[in-house]
Design a protein around this ligand. Structure first.
Ligand SMILES: C[S@@+](CC[C@H](N)C(=O)[O-])C[C@H]1O[C@@H](n2cnc3c(N)ncnc32)[C@H](O)[C@@H]1O
Length: 185
């Protein structure tokens, strides 16, 4: 019996440390003005994203799916399970968030390939379908630097400033909309 309680205490201790590390990273992001972690709502958005990709890139097997600011990579995992891809990459800057994601992948498949990197120093493979739930400022800078050229970009909620979206798909959830930017031309 004593071993059971010791084991339970150990689990609680590990859980608390992990939670504090996650919180610490979030606080650090506040200070550095980085985007905080917030998850997409897959129940509604997952289906909309899948349908949109089927419409714009029916040959998805020729594309690399890149989830920029991937968080726990739930979206890329969802889309990897439903569509054929050349490759799937989840780019995330936060080491703690990424560690959590990797632990998730021990239990939930399919796993996606993680790249721990600042999106501004990452060379986007082409052709790519880019999913982004990240700030307007980051999106706009990536666009101005030409990093999104040649990509089909799907943004949740946030827009690229000064660029008319190819399509805006309204959502019922508070995350409001998915914006499609077809920059493949
Ligand atoms: C709003 S969350 C989105 C999480 C996930 N994509 C989703 O939709 O559920 C934004 C994520 O972007 C990451 N992030 C912020 N700035 C970044 C950067 N410059 N490069 C890579 N990742 C970044 C944050 O750590 C955070 O996990």
């Amino acid at each position: 019996m004593i071993w059971f309680f010791l084991f339970l205490e150990l689990l609680i201790l590990i859980g608390t440390i992990a939670y504090l590390a996650f919180l610490g990273e979030t606080m650090a992001n506040f200070r550095t003005n980085r985007v905080l972690y917030h998850s997409s709502n897959l129940r509604e958005q997952g289906e909309v994203l899948e349908k949109t990709i089927r419409r714009y890139a029916p040959d998805s097997e020729k594309y690399v799916l890149v989830d920029i600011g991937a968080g726990l990579a739930r979206v890329s995992q969802y889309l990897k399970a439903r569509l054929p891809w050349k490759d799937v990459e989840a780019v995330e800057i936060g080491p703690v968030i990424m560690a959590f994601a990797k632990i998730r992948f021990l239990f939930l498949k399919p796993a996606v390939r993680f790249v721990r990197q600042d999106i501004f120093s990452y060379d986007l493979p082409k052709p790519a379908v880019v999913y982004a739930y990240i700030s307007e400022e980051i999106l706009t800078n990536l666009y101005k630097q030409g990093r999104l050229d040649g990509c089909l970009v799907l943004c949740l909620t946030f827009k690229i400033n000064g660029l008319e979206p190819t399509e805006e798909i309204p959502l019922k959830s508070w995350q409001k909309r998915i914006l499609v930017y077809d920059l493949r031309a």
